[in-house]
Design a protein around this ligand. Structure first.
Ligand SMILES: *Cc1c(COP(=O)(O)O)cnc(C)c1O
Length: 411
């Protein structure tokens, strides 16, 4: 045989006894079948066999299983980003004529997706105030099929009464879909929201997770997952996943598998650092308001406490429970936008960039207009700046923000 044929059709097989801390990485578009009968028989849907890279490899199946372990689901599909996970859940579970409800403080691109794409397919949406059960109740129409939930809301960090919202939605026969990126499977269990309360756990139907954030932990991989415990929804998700041609690369799945064992450690460390920063800076003269669900004054703090720090006393909850390493500050309205921009530009350790959960601390100034049609009454007037805490030493991050704020204080 020619050298090229020998190179390609080489008989090497990886040794069966090779065991190591990390699993092997399998990459494929093509998957071989031993014979035509096997080719005709194999069905990717129940994970009993492999058919084509897009439908899964040992590496992606393993990642799906580990994510189910993390979040408490039974079935998961992987998609190329967190936003794609939101899109996938919408496209798989809704159809023309359906109406979907989205919290007013939801992740912005998820709203834009509803406005720009779902609308074109005859799926309408409206927004509800996640801090008000009547707001959800009133927003439900005969066409409503699904309710999105997010705890806490993006950027403004209000924490909803998740169990109550889920109960209400389920009493109306609606699918509940949670964006679980903030909780990451660590702050609370989306498939058992009130542990020990009832024989059948109170559970969301679908959990989507931007694996880009904590599961990756590196600021270097984009991926998302859609997870459920319901067989009927799992089937719908898998079929639409296949028809849409969604899949993820083996190397990216491997990067997440490598980071998953340290997720709880990283989450807790970033949580502690963020809380230390809030504690140190909340009374700075230029800070009008702290937005962090564990902070006692924050909107929905009691809901955070009962879900993420169960059993804690109000006085000590600030030191307990779990929260992602994210907070926003509303800075004094007497500052000009240019001054706030200069403050963000001038930070040494907080880099300007979107996303969170990576090793490096980040800062983003937000304009109200980009978030809401109008500023909600519980948020003070001023400039909204979101911080995502990395893995640096807490004191250095505190010093970075304090010197930035001090430089702004006018004589
Ligand atoms: C980042 C994020 C997403 C989207 O994730 P990408 O991988 O960046 O597309 C979705 N939801 C929430 C809450 C997020 O923070």
């Amino acid at each position: 045989m020619g050298r090229n044929t020998d190179l390609i059709q080489h008989p090497y097989q990886p040794p069966a006894e090779f065991e190591a801390p990390q699993p092997g990485v399998y990459k494929a578009s093509t998957v071989f079948f031993p014979n035509v009968a096997a080719m005709r028989q194999r069905d990717w849907k129940n994970k009993s066999g492999y058919t084509y890279g897009l439908h899964g490899t040992p590496t992606t199946f393993l990642l799906e299983e580990r994510l189910c372990t993390l979040e408490g689901g039974l079935h998961a599909v992987l998609v190329p980003s967190g936003l794609a996970a939101i899109a996938q859940a919408n496209l798989a579970l809704l159809q023309a004529g359906d109406h979907v409800l989205i919290p007013a403080n939801a992740y912005g691109p998820g709203k834009v997706l509803a406005q720009g794409e779902l609308n074109r397919f005859g799926i309408t949406h409206s927004f509800y105030d996640p801090l008000s059960l009547p707001s959800l109740e009133q927003a439900i129409t005969p066409a409503t099929r699904m309710v999105w939930l997010e705890a806490p809301g993006s950027v403004t960090m209000e924490f909803p009464d998740l169990p109550a919202l889920v109960r209400l939605a389920q009493s109306r026969g609606l699918i509940t879909a949670l964006d679980n990126t903030w909780g990451a499977g660590l702050a609370f269990n989306p498939f058992d929201l009130v542990p020990g309360e009832a024989q059948t756990p109170l559970s969301v139907d679908v959990s989507v997770h931007a694996l880009t954030k904590y599961p990756s932990g590196g600021g270097d991989v984009l991926m998302g997952s859609v997870m459920t415990r319901r067989d009927d929804l799992a089937q719908a998700l898998k079929l639409s996943h296949m028809r849409l041609g969604l899949g993820v690369a083996g190397n990216d799945a491997e990067a997440i598998l490598r980071a998953l064992p340290s997720i709880a450690m990283r989450y807790d460390r970033q949580d502690q650092t963020a809380r230390a920063m809030v504690q140190a800076l909340h009374d700075h003269p230029l800070v009008r308001q702290v937005l962090h669900p564990a902070w006692p004054d924050s909107q929905g703090h009691a809901h955070w406490r009962s879900l993420c720090a169960p059993g804690s006393m109000p006085e000590t909850a600030w030191q307990q429970g779990r929260a992602a390493g994210l907070f926003s500050l509303i800075l004094d309205p007497s500052l000009s936008s240019a001054e706030v921009d200069a403050f963000c530009d001038g930070l040494k350790l907080h880099r300007l960039g979107y996303s969170w959960g990576g090793p490096m601390s980040l800062v983003v100034p937000y304009a109200w207009g980009a978030l809401r049609t109008q500023r909600p009454a519980h948020l003070h007037d001023g400039h909204l700046v979101r911080f995502s805490t990395g893995l640096e030493d807490a004191q250095d991050l505190i010093d970075d923000l304090r010197s930035g704020l001090d430089a702004l204080r006018r004589p």
